[in-house]
Design a protein around this ligand. Structure first.
Ligand code: F6P
Length: 328
């Protein structure tokens, strides 16, 4: 155990996700367990630059494991992308006697931490927190499981209207660059088609598939569309195309939006957050730095930041095949 790490900072950065509070709780309590001081850093790297810090002990994080969002607040900091911004952040950390920090966020937040580590040789550790699940080095990011459950619940509800009115619904879900949410929630919600950025189905094939399903006796349908899907310019364009090229379908669009990012974290996300927080703190005091904590084959493991940032989180192609078979 390193005796140079006596005070650890913790921050949440980038888009919030359910489970971030559970991870903050875990970092704070793991520090308390190992007799290390813990400092909460507000508003991500913005707060680091401003020296917006708060001392946290085991009791500061009571009653937050079940809360969505982040009590530390989050931000996407433009200033931290500058040399001056990072120098100011370093000054503030030193002033507060902070020896290392844990950042809970996505790949942008890890890139910032990695550069900071290179510039100041400052010990850093990352915990992946984003609903998109788009980070290499972990099968699950914090918030992904909760978001999936939220989306499936929404699809189930939309299906009530779809089947009552014989309608076709395009349901847009989050996923700027990857289709993990769309693919998994689409299968679980019994979607007719799932449109993801990783696979370009094309408008004609979409219409063909919808015609086939109508012919096979289906009177209503749900098509789940990841927001990063490239097939149309937007989900509304898809609706217009189907309106113009298919008869007999009453088409509606439902964009789920930010409701997918909120809410109480699932059991899975709470346990994952607890495990990741402990691993992050124990890795730092064990002398490790510049890694992201991740889940691989149910083992909490470390991936170097540069790999986590550069690597691609891949869609499970088997799921695409299963989805095709399920729509028979
Ligand atoms: O958290 C990731 C994400 O949910 C993306 O899927 C989405 O494009 C983005 O956040 C939107 O975030 P914001 O509204 O905070 O810019």
């Amino acid at each position: 155990m390193l005796d140079t790490i006596k005070k650890i900072g913790v921050l949440t950065s980038g888009g919030d996700s359910p489970g971030m509070n559970a991870a903050v709780r875990s970092v704070v309590r793991a520090c308390a367990f190992h007799n290390i001081e813990c400092i909460g850093i507000y508003r991500g790297y913005e707060g680091m630059i401003d020296g917006d810090f708060i001392a946290m002990d085991a009791r500061s994080v009571k009653g937050i494991i079940n809360k969505g969002g982040t009590i530390l607040k989050s931000a996407r900091s433009k200033d931290f992308r500058t040399v001056e911004g990072r120098a100011k952040a370093h000054q503030e950390l030193k002033k507060a006697g902070i020896d290392a920090f844990v950042v809970i966020g996505g790949d942008g937040s890890f890139t910032g931490a990695m550069i900071f580590n290179q510039e100041f040789n400052f010990p850093v550790m990352g915990i992946p927190g984003t609903i998109d699940n788009d980070i290499y080095g972990t099968t699950h990011t914090l918030g992904y499981d909760t978001a999936l459950n939220t989306v499936v619940d929404a699809i189930d509800k939309i299906r009530d209207t779809a089947s009552s009115h014989n309608r076709l619904f395009f349901v847009e879900v989050m996923g700027r660059d990857v289709g993990h949410i769309a693919l998994n929630a689409g299968i679980a919600g019994g979607a007719e088609e799932i449109l993801i950025p990783e696979e370009d189905l094309g408008l004609d094939r979409l219409v063909e598939s919808l015609r086939r399903s109508k012919k096979s006796g289906k009177s209503s349908s749900i098509v789940v569309v990841a927001e990063g899907d490239k097939i149309g310019k937007s989900v509304f364009e898809l609706k217009d195309f189907v309106d113009q090229n298919m008869e007999g379908y009453d088409v509606r669009v439902s964009v789920l939006g930010h409701m997918q990012r909120g809410g109480s974290p699932s059991c899975f996300d709470r346990v994952l957050a607890s495990r990741m927080g402990v691993k992050a703190v124990e890795s730092l005091i064990g002398g490790k730095s510049n890694f992201m904590v991740g889940l691989k084959n149910d083992v909490i493991d470390l991936t170097p930041f540069d790999q986590a940032v550069k690597g691609k989180s891949k869609i499970n192609m088997e799921l695409l095949r299963v989805s095709d078979i399920m729509t028979t």
